[in-house]
Every structure is written in C-alpha cells, then in structure tokens.
Design a protein around this ligand. Structure first.
Ligand SMILES: [Zn+2]
Ligand SMILES: [Zn+2]
Length: 344
C-alpha cells in the first residue's frame, strides 16, 4: 500500500510503498478515507514523544471504512468508523473499568504503531476501539472525531460545570481550541478566546466567540474579571504554555475548574510557582488533566453535533492528497493556516 513514513526524527517524510497490514486476533483493517494533521503528530515527528520509535507511519486523526476483520469482531465490513486517539488493550485495570482512553498499555496509531497517513491501518482489540459513525457524520471532516473534537468534548464533560449562564475561557486557538469553542457554545457556555496570532483571533470572532483577547493584552486578568463578574468556572488551556496556566488560574472564580489539555514540553525549564499553588488552594480551584476520549463519550457527542448543528467541515482549511501532506508537517509551527490540514 501507499503510506507516508519517516525513518528518523525531524527527517524527511516520504511517500513509500510498504507492506499491507495483516489481521491479528480481534482486529480490523480500516481503509482510510481522510486523515488530518494534529499538533501531537508534529511533536512525535520532532522526537519529543517518548512513545514513538522509527520508522513509523504517522497519523492518529482519521476516518475510514472497515475493510477486513477477524472473526471475533462484531462490526461489519464496510462500516464507516473513527478510532479514538488512545486505544485500549482491553486487559488492564482502566480498560476493564471502561476507561480505555487512559489504558496502561495503549495502542496509539501514529505513535506506538503505524497510523493513518496510509491507505490502510490495523486496529487491534477492534470490538472496543472502533466507533461506528451515524449517517450524518460519514464524511471527510469526521476524521476530527478521532482526536481534537472528541477530546474537547470529553474534557468539557469531565469538568462538571455545565451551568449555561457561565463563561468558558479558552487559551490557544489552534484546531483544538476551535473544537473547544464549538463544543462549549453547543453546551450553552458564553466564550472568551485568548490567543497570540492575530489571524486566529479573527477566526475566533468569525466563529462567534463572545470576546477575544490577545494573550499579551495588559491587565488581561482584570479585563476578563470585569466581563465575567464572578461567573467564570471553566477555563481550558490547549497550548501547554505555563504563563497561560498562570493567567487561567488567576482569572477563574472560586471553585472554578482549570482544564489542562495542552501537554507541556519536556524541555520547558520553567515551573509552576508556589504562589500559583497557593492560589489553587485558597480559591479551591480544581486542576483537571484530560487525555483522549472514551468510546462511551461518542453517542452523546454525536447527538450534540446533530442537535446543535455543529459544522465539522468549517474546521477544515486545507484538503490535499497524500503526497502533499509532508509539506504541512515541516511548516506547521510557522504557517498561518487557521484550521485543519486534511489528507483526502
Ligand atoms: Zn490529536
Ligand atoms: Zn488497557
């Protein structure tokens, strides 16, 4: 089959002819229809993620159809599916408790195993890890349901603050931040987006965020405080920036929830200050980590997308064939694309 592959970190991503994946017990082979570049694909390619070894086919955010399956797999050939970014082994404690997204021995396409920038991908433990799509979501942009849109939904549902009168603060407006905005608005939150790039702030305005602020706006915490008036209980940090975490904690109201979605670079030489920990304690802030998406989240997410008419297509900015995808890896941090880059 044709696949994108890199053999060294930060090296060339080549379009290669590689062997087709082969079924193992309780597995399925998915024919890829679309796949998008997520920021964590870039971290993996740069060698920042310790779970990745080379050579590897990248890509964990994809949509496709079941092409082959082993006998134990209940889902039928031809079924349109997505695959959660973190697949469970089915054997460990979290998997047995229905929490395969925090599996102790996870299968992660594009990280621990070959991923979706290919014609086909192998998915083990397929009865647990394949998510069939309803009719209204059988389209290219549904690749975003393997990671960013679904992870945003999982995270916000974890926060337990769903008071529709309250505000939601979003730090960082890449596709992950955009996904958080769409989900938060669909759940009834009023939204404030904080971002460094002016073109992304313009995108946030176009997507009807109630307020947008540049990250370096003077007195940002006070300005937001005047808007939210003791009604900010949810703040989402998607960028992995320690200064954003500090601003989030300081801005939240007492008993608010800080949701940390962005991983912090292991090469970061700064630390969270003791004063910030004291603020977390004295305001009884909940600092919540969220990772991946649980298979059980999907049916209510699909209903929300349908009922609130969330338009996933509007999150996609570029659609290109497989051979052009490597260009978008190399300029990911510097391009001005406000939306997902998708292989179709
Ligand atoms: Zn992702
Ligand atoms: Zn497991």
């Amino acid at each position: 089959m044709r696949a994108l592959q890199y053999t060294k970190f930060n090296g060339t991503i080549s379009l290669n002819e590689v062997p087709d994946p082969q079924l193992v017990p309780n597995s399925a082979i998915v024919k890829i229809e679309s796949a998008s570049i997520c920021k964590s694909d870039i971290s993996a390619w740069k060698g920042v993620d310790p779970h990745v070894s080379v050579p590897i086919i990248p890509g964990h955010e994809f949509y496709g159809h079941v092409a082959q399956k082993s006998d134990e797999v209940e889902i039928q050939n031809g079924t349109p599916v997505v695959v959660p970014v973190t697949c469970g082994c089915g054997m460990c404690g979290p998997c047995k408790n229905g929490q395969q997204h925090i599996c102790q021995n996870p299968f992660q396409p594009g990280f621990t195993h070959n991923g979706g920038f290919a014609e086909y991908v192998l998915i083990p433990n397929a009865n647990q890890n394949l998510v069939p799509l309803p009719g209204h979501l059988q389209k290219h942009s549904s690749a975003l349901l393997s990671c960013r849109v679904a992870c945003a939904y999982h995270a916000i549902m974890k926060s337990h603050h769903h008071d529709t009168k309250s505000w939601c603060l979003i730090f960082g407006f890449g596709v992950f931040g955009m996904s958080c905005l769409k989900v938060a608005k669909a759940l009834g939150f009023k939204t404030i987006v904080i971002e460094l790039a002016h073109e992304k702030l313009a995108k946030a305005k176009a997507m009807k965020a109630n307020h947008t602020f540049h990250f370096h706006t003077p007195s940002l915490v006070n300005l937001i405080g005047e808007i939210v008036k003791d009604s900010l209980f949810l703040s989402i940090e998607t960028s992995g920036n320690l200064l954003a975490i500090e601003k989030s904690i300081k801005t939240l109201c007492e008993t608010g929830h800080h949701l940390q979605l962005g991983f912090i670079s292991p090469y970061n030489d700064k630390a969270i200050s003791p004063q910030l920990i004291s603020t977390i304690i004295s305001k009884e802030i909940s600092f919540i980590g969220s990772h991946g998406v649980n298979g059980a989240d999907y049916s209510s997410l699909f209903s929300l997308i349908h009922d609130a008419e969330i338009n996933l297509d509007s999150l996609v900015e570029v659609q290109v064939p497989m051979e052009l995808i490597p260009n978008y890896f190399s300029d990911f941090d510097t391009n001005h694309i406000c939306g997902a880059v998708m292989m179709v």
